[in-house]
Structure formats: structure tokens, C-alpha cells
Design a protein around this ligand. Structure first.
Ligand SMILES: [Zn+2]
Length: 236
């Protein structure tokens, strides 16, 4: 293979690699931001569950307070029952006692219901906490790795840029200029592999005579259709 062509292939590999690393490097801040938002979301989801569990405990205390209040009322009514004078007063007092007992039962039912909800919620909360801690640790690790990858990417980029300059110096000027022109027009990809008589970039058939010479000689050819510089791997 023409040594200039071999150097062009090396140059294109370097440039594509550089472009990909530059893209990765530029995406780091937004990647970290996305991860941090996810971390906040997971934690606040868990916090909301904790709040709901505390609400439940508060409700239970309220109902327990009401039971106590009705029980105080009830014992007062029972005391008063001993002191009533008339039948009418006695009936009225019995009615009050019955009402208070009903209210106590109703509050106690509410407490039982809350106890059941609390039991389920405590199990759920324990599981949610473990999941939240596991996911948070994973995300924090991802943030750490991403942050640490930035200087590594930068030093790798510097190394590749230096290598690129070295390779560029080995390529004949006119050919390098032709390569640059095509690369600028073709999204950085100025070379295309010629394979099975096709240009692998635009998939247009290469004239048989040109294809034969491409394999046999060291001449540099361009694809008739997309203008990219063609190379053949078998003679690489
Ligand atoms: Zn082509």
C-alpha cells in the first residue's frame, strides 16, 4: 500500500478517535447533572414515604387522645348515674353512656385500621430505604467515575493531538490538503474502504478497472460518487 495512504488511514483513525473523545468530554457536565437530579428524585421519593409514615403515627395519637377523652366522659357519666333522682334523668344518662361507648368503639376501630396500615408501611419503608441507599450509592459511584474520567479524557486527547501532528508531518502536502477538503465536506470521514468492488461509504460500485488498479498499484484513487479517497485492506 502507498505509505501516504497508510498514514492517512492512521490520521483518520486518530481524528475520529479525537472527535469521539471530545464529544464524551463535552457531555460530562450534563451527564453529571442528570445523575444528580436522579439522586435528588430518589431521596425525595423516600422522604415523602417517611412523611406519610409520620402522618399515620400522628393520626393514631389523635385517635388515642379521643378515646381517652371519651373514657373520661364515660366514667363521669357512670358516677353521675348513681346520683340521678328521676327515671327520666336515669334514661338520659344511660343514653349518654351508650353514645360514649359507641364513640370509643368507633375510635378504636380507626386505631386498629391505622395499626394495620402502619405495619404494612413499616415493611415498605424498610424496603424503600434499602433500595434508596443502594441506588444512591450506585449513582454516587457513577458521578465519581464520570468526574474522574474528565482529566483522563483530557490527557488522552492531548496525547492523540500530539500523535496527530506527528502523522500529519509524514503526509505529502497536496494529499493532506485533498484529505482535509474531503474530510470537511464529509463529516470528518475522508477515507473509504473499497470492498467487494463497492465504496463502503456511499455503496456505489467502483469501476472494475479502477478497482483492479486500486488493489494492484500504489496509485491513490477517489470514489467517483462521493469523492472519498479509497483504500483496500488486503494490501494494507
Ligand atoms: Zn463513495
Amino acid at each position: 500500500m502507498n505509505p501516504d495512504l497508510r498514514n492517512l488511514i492512521a490520521l483518520q483513525d486518530l481524528e475520529l478517535n479525537i472527535a469521539s473523545l471530545q464529544k464524551q468530554s463535552s457531555e460530562i457536565p450534563s451527564k453529571i447533572e442528570t445523575l444528580e437530579n436522579e439522586l435528588t428524585r430518589i431521596r425525595s421519593e423516600y422522604d415523602q414515604k417517611v412523611v406519610r409514615s409520620k402522618d399515620l403515627a400522628n393520626q393514631r395519637r389523635t385517635f388515642e387522645g379521643e378515646v381517652e377523652m371519651f373514657q373520661t366522659k364515660l366514667s363521669r357519666f357512670k358516677d353521675q348515674l348513681m346520683t340521678v333522682k328521676t327515671n327520666k334523668e336515669y334514661t338520659a344518662m344511660l343514653h349518654e353512656i351508650q353514645m360514649a361507648e359507641e364513640q370509643i368503639r368507633s375510635e378504636e376501630d380507626k386505631i386498629l385500621d391505622i395499626m394495620e396500615q402502619t405495619e404494612n408501611m413499616e415493611l415498605d419503608l424498610k424496603k424503600a430505604e434499602q433500595e434508596m441507599l443502594k441506588k444512591s450509592a450506585e449513582i454516587q459511584e457513577e458521578i465519581r467515575k464520570t468526574t474522574e474520567s474528565a482529566p483522563q479524557l483530557e490527557s488522552e486527547l492531548t496525547r492523540l493531538q500530539e500523535e496527530k501532528i506527528k502523522v500529519e508531518r509524514t503526509i505529502e502536502r497536496d494529499l493532506l490538503a485533498r484529505y482535509r477538503r474531503i474530510a470537511n465536506a464529509c463529516k470528518g470521514v475522508a477515507l473509504a474502504e473499497a470492498k467487494d468492488e463497492l465504496c463502503s461509504a456511499c455503496h456505489v460500485r467502483i469501476r472494475p478497472q479502477m478497482y483492479a488498479e486500486l488493489i494492484r498499484t500504489e496509485n491513490i484513487y477517489s470514489c467517483d460518487s462521493c469523492s472519498r479517497i479509497l483504500f483496500h485492506r488486503d494490501n494494507a
